[in-house]
Design a protein around this ligand. Sequence first.
Ligand code: OXD
Ligand code: MN
Length: 647
Amino acid sequence: MPEFDEHGFYSSYSTEAARAVKYRNHNAGLFQQLRGAAVVNGQVSDLTPKVRAYVEENIDLCHPDRVHICDGSERENGYLIQLMQQQGTIMPLPKYQNCWLARTNPADTARVESKTFICTEERSETIPTPKEGIKGTLGNWMSPKKMDEAIKERFTGCMRGRTMYVVPFSMGPIVSPLSKIGIELTDSPYVVASMRIMTRMGEAVLNKLQETDEFVKCLHSVGVPANGFIEMASWPCDPERTIILHKPKNNEIVSYGSGYGGNSLLGKKCFALRIGSTIAKREGWLAEHMLILGITNPKGEKRYIAAAFPSACGKTNLAMMTPSLPGYKVECVGDDIAWMRFDKNGVLRAINPENGFFGVAPGTSTKSNPIAMSTIFKNTLFTNVASTSDGGVFWEGMEDEIQPGVTVTDWRGQRWTKDSKSPAAHPNSRFCTPASQCPIIDPQWEAPEGVPISAILFGGRRPTGVPLVYEARDWKHGVLIGAAMRSEATAAAEHKGKIIMHDPFAMRPFFGYNFGHYLQHWLSMSNKSSNLPKIFHVNWFRKSSEGKFLWPGFGENARVLDWILKRLDNEDCAEETPIGLVPKRGGINLEGLSEKVDMQQLFGLSKNFWLEEVFAIEKYFKEQVGQDLPEDLVRELSGLKKRVEAM
Ligand code: OXD
Ligand code: MN
């Protein structure tokens, strides 16, 4: 057990309520008060006037009993871990070093897109106007007035009896000019412990704020269920009234009712993507749902690639790939988000604003991602995976990795066997683990200036029609490819079934402003450089007519990256097709591939399929983007249509 406060403060309390009594009885002189709440950690004087005002305003709203200003220390983390164990939020996983398992309320396991809003004066700032009678799918708008009402209704007094944690965090290395700071106010120790992994969190950020005093405001509460019963709930939440709000004008995020990471770790989707994309638009850069990897070829030449795939489509696997091609090396900069900006030489530079991986656990195995498996078994907070009788974790995909005789308890706490009808781990169960533990973390992953991006990949799960890889004809065509992205639905949000959904730029749930304006912003990037990255589309998931994957994927995807690298060197290994450039016969290195691949089927282009695809894109743009679709993209799409018609 860790040691706590020099006054023996934390160690002697068994519940938050008992601590509260102790606080009240404690020598008043020892603790500062802030608007009537006891400051139980940190110094009010460490807060800049702006941060202090933000904290005070929200103490007045939420009425916490205590305020804890987070310093990010080991000691603080030890205290939070002990507290969460006492509250039943987490349990230890003694098989590993400093690993913990949280089981959420079964009603709080994923992002809630339908309850996520962007708040602007004008609706058209947030979303394109869909065609009459059509439901818009490119985000949800709310007026600032309604936002204020929603906040008041939910947050008034919602932290009574609880502690408000003040979490100072940096998205990106604290010293990087590309980074941004946030202050998250939350009543969830789980959020604090996770933010410590996923961001640079604590004292150093408060110090940095003394220089800039600019931050994104992030208010979060797990909420008080309508019956008001919160005391000692192991996973308090309020699914009925959950709401996630963003006000770009004020750089402000407000999230209520959910502890699930995508809704509660506000640095990630809410800040780094939604508010981030609005800041990026204003400041002339890009905040994207992309992994970043470095790849070195056998000649020792290194390039960096950014890739946008929808949630749960293998970004983490690609970012940590073990290449099957001899002499190749992949190193990981980030697995989910890229902030990218052209430097004064016209080079697109990217940072990973995160500090950890919040990866989907099921499917991760020694076969699919050995690097992730050697990253996650220390200092990791697992959520909604299954547990084993030898103190470890289990999920679908780990069948070959548990010892004989070991029994499994599923994510709901029920005994599980191979014959159970439901999965052992929730399909959206996660590991939250420090990026620095990744054995192939790129040496430049924290470079303040970012890494130079040579190629951008778009992709998704497309079982039919879409070839393994193709290259955009130019930047504008690349923007069309990003805008036209489609993929099978995943478990990361509340969608059901395997329908093919439009997910432009893998950003559909994460746009902070009108998608049409976003497209214009992407198009405008071409003025910033004469040396733009090349754009590609990849699809590891094409299936044969018998329903089998046509491409082995995983480490073999290095063969596709190898072709992409050759294209970056302008090698003559591609040929034109109506949809873009594809590898010439023999262009993809298949040497040493253990299984035979039907390249004919893998790259086959069907006129009917592509006519339907163009039709679907046209319909989507018409219905969802309407007048906001930039002219350049109207022309690009009609160019594609003509080429496909002439097939
Ligand atoms: C994620 C997501 O958690 O995209 O990364 O949902
Ligand atoms: Mn993601």
